[in-house]
Design a protein around this ligand. Structure first.
Ligand code: 2HG
Ligand code: ZN
Length: 455
């Protein structure tokens, strides 16, 4: 396989250097051994086709690799796979103002697309903490969500067309940027969220939106999580929310300490919600805030008076992942219906407190999407192996709580390796069989990202 790769690509774009394998063999998860056999850097679609055909001929396996910011091990190469990095396919190929689409190579970094859209008086509204490193191909492959899903939806909603290379090396151009196309199965959507198990995304037509109007950010404190939906509903009655995020006091304490930031409110409360809305809705937002205080749901709040202050309030939410990273948290990315969120959080708190009283729970996430990030923090004195073992033991009981509410064991981070053994808590056996049949149709030799999503 490696000899074949060296025939296909110049030697500078096939690396077996230990340092490169270590970097390109992993994503942001840290709990997997990394052992790819090579990393390659194609520059053209034809090269991706040739690499895929070679892997089929030689019995090799390939791991697609973007910005490697994933949190579920979807881009980890542990079994001698060849990592196919899109770092060299990072150009914007074209923009059409009438279609409002940008044609992107997969390695375009999310933040570069944000900048490009802004330069053209428009916006790419999908955004997350990792947008400085994550790449469009990876965003598509995981159907990335983020902090403004409540208003703008997921990556899926912004993909007007895809060019893909299937697991057999066939090139497919899917939906060509059409708004309307009622011609049967939409294979584009099959590739979105497929986590590299069906093929490579080699080009994407990405839709842009109207430029955002100036916005305001508010952080409010709540003593009882049970009140959070009343607060959401009251604001939604008169304010166009582009974010409704939350974090617990523990999460705030971590981020404030880690980044040396000021607390948003004078008195700590159990939970905080962060709201973003257009500056034009400011009066309505203040009236909604007064009402929620009057009802006794909210006890304090602060609203940004400048863009700089809005950014510092956002930092309290966006800095959490980084602030808890050194405590090697056991990560969960759960979703239930929005209306079930408070009861579900209670179920989980009770379950963890009962079975694992020595574990700290750091809650935060996207209330407006019914998506809760549950990070269980490793006690300092507990060795990492024992921590993982105990967390693994937590999972079945936790996912039974998810299943009981018809929820998802992975709302936006994907299944990858981390949640693979638990897929059946969110998808039925019949569904998984159909997924396997789809995989066989597009990747009959199992070349693409083996062992991810299902074993
Ligand atoms: C976020 O919402 C990301 O900040 C990361 O999805 C969540 O670290 C996490 O668990
Ligand atoms: Zn998230």
């Amino acid at each position: 396989m490696i000899e074949g790769l060296r025939r296909l690509l110049p030697s500078s774009r096939v690396s077996t250097a230990a340092a490169d394998l270590e970097v390109w063999g992993r994503d942001w998860t840290r709990s997997y051994a990394v052992n790819p056999s090579a990393v390659v850097f194609p520059e053209t679609v034809d090269e991706v086709v040739a690499i895929t055909r070679l892997a089929n001929a030689e019995g090799g396996s390939l791991v697609p690799s973007g910005g490697r910011t994933g949190l579920s091990g979807g881009a980890v190469a542990s079994h001698g796979e060849v990592v196919v990095s899109f770092d060299r396919m990072n150009r914007i190929l074209g923009f059409d103002p009438a279609d409002r689409t940008v044609r992107c190579q997969p390695g375009v970094v999310t933040a570069a697309l944000h900048d490009f859209a802004e330069e053209h008086g428009l916006a790419y509204p999908v955004d997350f903490s990792s947008s400085g490193s994550s790449q469009i191909g990876g965003n598509v492959a995981t159907n990335a969500g983020g902090i403004r899903v409540i208003r703008y939806g997921m990556t899926r909603d912004w993909i007007a067309g895809l060019t893909v290379v299937t697991g057999t090396g066939e090139l497919l151009t899917l939906n060509q940027g059409l708004v309307k196309n009622a011609t049967g199965y939409d294979l584009r959507h099959l590739f979105i969220g497929s986590e590299g198990t069906l093929g490579f995304i080699v080009e994407a037509d990405v839709l842009l939106a109207d430029p955002p109007s100036p916005s305001r950010v508010m952080v409010i404190g709540l003593e009882r999580f049970a009140d959070i939906l009343e607060v959401l509903t009251r604001f939604q009655r008169s304010v166009t929310l582009s974010a409704f995020e939350f974090f617990s006091e523990l999460a705030l304490a971590k981020v404030v300490a880690h980044r040396d930031l000021a607390r948003p409110l004078a008195t700590p409360t159990a939970f905080y919600a962060l709201l973003e809305f257009p500056a034009g809705d400011e009066q309505e937002a203040l009236a909604a805030f007064e009402d929620t205080v009057g009802e006794g749901w909210v006890n304090d709040g602060v609203m940004s008076q400048s863009d700089a202050q809005a950014r510092s309030l956002w930092a309290l939410r966006e800095g959490i992942t980084e602030s808890i990273a050194q405590q090697t948290p056991y990560k969960n990315d759960l979703a239930v219906r929005i209306s079930d969120v408070p009861a579900f959080l209670d179920d989980v708190d009770r379950y963890v407190a009962q079975h694992y009283p020595d574990f700290e729970i750091c809650w935060f996430g996207h209330i407006g999407d019914g998506n809760l990030h549950l990070n269980i923090l490793k006690p300092a004195e507990l060795p990492i192996d024992q921590f993982h073992e105990r967390c693994h033991a937590i999972s079945p009981g936790l996912f039974e709580l998810v299943q009981a509410r018809g929820g998802s064991i992975s709302a936006e981070h994907g299944v990858g390796l981390l949640k693979r053994d638990f897929l059946s808590y969110s998808r039925t056996a019949a569904e998984i069989d159909i997924m396997r049949a789809v995989k066989r149709a597009l990747d009959p030799n199992g070349v693409m990202n083996p062992g991810k999503l299902f074993a």
